[in-house]
Ligand binder design. Structure first.
Ligand SMILES: NC(=O)c1ccc[n+]([C@@H]2O[C@H](COP(=O)([O-])OP(=O)(O)OC[C@H]3O[C@@H](n4cnc5c(N)ncnc54)[C@H](OP(=O)(O)O)[C@@H]3O)[C@@H](O)[C@H]2O)c1
Length: 375
C-alpha cells in the first residue's frame, strides 16, 4: 500500500495505480455485489460498479418511485433488481445503503442473510459505532468494512462519467475471511473512488458528523447569517450584503481555494483584502474553537447520533424538515440569493427576440450545456 505524506504525517493510501480496475475486477469476479437501497449513494455506487464490469444487483422495496428509478437506470426486475430480501439472499457482498434510520429498522432481516464468508459493506461508520443505539452487531464470521465517498452519490456518478473520481475513506472493522482488505479496496475502486485513505469506523463517523454540523454545512450557514445581519443592521442593501457574504465566496474565491489552496488565494487578491484576512482569521479561529469542541463532545458522547435516530425515525420527519427548510428558503438572505443567482449571465433568458447579443449568448449557453451533459 502506498504511504503518502499529508502535511508531515504519513498515511496509507490506495491509489488507482497500485490497485487498478483490472485488479478490482479480478478480486470481485466471483462475487455478487448487492446494493441495498437506491436513494442517493445507491445509484452512484451501483451504476459505477456496473459500468466497471462488476456483477452488481440492486435490492429495493417494490411499489416505490425508487424501484421505478432503478428500472429507468437499466436494472431489470428478476435479473438485476430484486426485493430487498431476495437481493440479500443472492448477494455475497451486501452494500448496506439504506438511510441510517432505515438500516436500524431492516437490521434483523439483513442479519438473517449474513451467512459465513459474506461481507457487509457500509458507506458510513454510524450503524456499527453507535451499535448500542442502532442494535447493529454483525456475526463474527463475516467481513465488515466501509468505503465512504467524500461527497454526494450524485457527485460520485457525475465525476465518474467525466473520467474523474471522488476520494473516499475506507476502514475494516472485521476481517473474517482474511480477504477483507482486497475486497474493500476492490470495491472502493469499483465504485469510482479517485483514491482511498485509511480510517476506522469510529473516526469516520466522528469526523463526518462534526464536519457536516461544522464547516461543511452548519457553521457556514451560521457565519453567513451573522455577517449578513451585521451588514444589514448597518444599513447595507440586501444585494450588497449577499454579494459580500456568499456570492463572491462561492463564485470566485472557493474555486480558487479548491485549485490552489488558501495561501495562493490570499496571495492573489488585493493587498487590502490580504492584509485584512491575515489579521482576522486567527480571531475567528479562536472565537469558534470552543463551539467546535462542544460539537465534537456532543458527537463523541452519542448525543448527536441519538438525536438523529430519534428525529429521523419519526413519521412526520419529512413534514418537519420541510418547515425548517422553508424558514431558511424564506429568509431575506436566501431570497436575496435567489435574485442574485437569477442575475448571473448564464442564468438569464434572452431579453428580446431577435436581439443579436442575447441570442448569441443563448447559443453559447446551449452549447455549454450540451458539452457539460456529454462530459
Ligand atoms: N447521501 C450521500 O450522498 C452520502 C454520502 C456518503 C455516505 N452516505 C451514506 O450512505 C448510506 C446511504 O445514504 P443515502 O443518503 O444514499 O440514503 P437515502 O437516500 O436516505 O436512502 C434511501 C433508501 O433507503 C430506502 N428506505 C428508506 N426507508 C426504508 C424502509 N423503512 N424500508 C426499506 N427501505 C427504506 C429508500 O427506499 P424508498 O425510496 O422506497 O423509500 C431508498 O432506497 C448512509 O449510510 C449514508 O450515511 C451518504
Amino acid at each position: 500500500m502506498a504511504k503518502l505524506n499529508f502535511g508531515g504525517t504519513e498515511e496509507n493510501v490506495v491509489t488507482r495505480e497500485e490497485f487498478p480496475l483490472s485488479k478490482a475486477q479480478q478480486v470481485l469476479k466471483n462475487e455478487t455485489v448487492a446494493v441495498i437501497g437506491y436513494g442517493v449513494q445507491g445509484p452512484g455506487q451501483a451504476l459505477n460498479q456496473r459500468d466497471n464490469g462488476i456483477n452488481v444487483i440492486v435490492g429495493q422495496r417494490k411499489d416505490s418511485k425508487t424501484w421505478d428509478k432503478a428500472i429507468r437506470d437499466g436494472f431489470v426486475p428478476g435479473e438485476t433488481l430484486f426485493e430487498i430480501e431476495e437481493a440479500l439472499q443472492r448477494g455475497t457482498i451486501i452494500c448496506y445503503l439504506l438511510s441510517d434510520a432505515a438500516q436500524i429498522a431492516l437490521w434483523p432481516t439483513v442479519k438473517k442473510h449474513l451467512t459465513p464468508g459474506k461481507a457487509l459493506y457500509f458507506s458510513h461508520g454510524f450503524g456499527i459505532t453507535f451499535n448500542e443505539q442502532t442494535g447493529i452487531v454483525p456475526p463474527k464470521d463475516v467481513d465488515v468494512f466501509l468505503v465512504a465517498p467524500k461527497g454526494s452519490g450524485t457527485s460520485l456518478r457525475r465525476m465518474f462519467l467525466q473520467g474523474r473520481g471522488l476520494n473516499s475513506s475506507y476502514a475494516i472493522f472485521q476481517d473474517a475471511t482474511g480477504k477483507a482488505f482486497e475486497r474493500v479496496a476492490a470495491l472502493g475502486i469499483a465504485v469510482g473512488s479517485g483514491y482511498l485513505f485509511e480510517t476506522d469506523f469510529k473516526k469516520e463517523v466522528y469526523s463526518d458528523l462534526t464536519g457536516e454540523r461544522g464547516t461543511l454545512m452548519g457553521a457556514i450557514q451560521g457565519i453567513f447569517a451573522a455577517q449578513y445581519q451585521v451588514l444589514r443592521d448597518k444599513g447595507h442593501s440586501p444585494s450588497e450584503a449577499f454579494n459580500e457574504t456568499v456570492e463572491e465566496l462561492t463564485q470566485s474565491l472557493m474555486p480558487l481555494v479548491a485549485e490552489n489552496g488558501m495561501d495562493w488565494m490570499y496571495g492573489n487578491c488585493s493587498t487590502t483584502a490580504q492584509r485584512g484576512a491575515l489579521d482576522w482569521w486567527k480571531k475567528f479561529r479562536d472565537a469558534t474553537a470552543p463551539v467546535f469542541k462542544e460539537l465534537y463532545e456532543s458527537v463523541a458522547t452519542g448525543k448527536e447520533s441519538q438525536r438523529s435516530i430519534d428525529s429521523n425515525s419519526k413519521a412526520d420527519y419529512r413534514e418537519k424538515l420541510e418547515e425548517e427548510l422553508k424558514e431558511l428558503r424564506e429568509s431575506e438572505l436566501w431570497q436575496t440569493g435567489k435574485t442574485v443567482r437569477s442575475l448571473r449571465p448564464e442564468n438569464q433568458k434572452p431579453a428580446i427576440a431577435g436581439d443579436a447579443t442575447s441570442s448569441t449568448k443563448e447559443v453559447f449557453r446551449k452549447q455549454a450545456l450540451k458539452e457539460e451533459s456529454v462530459g
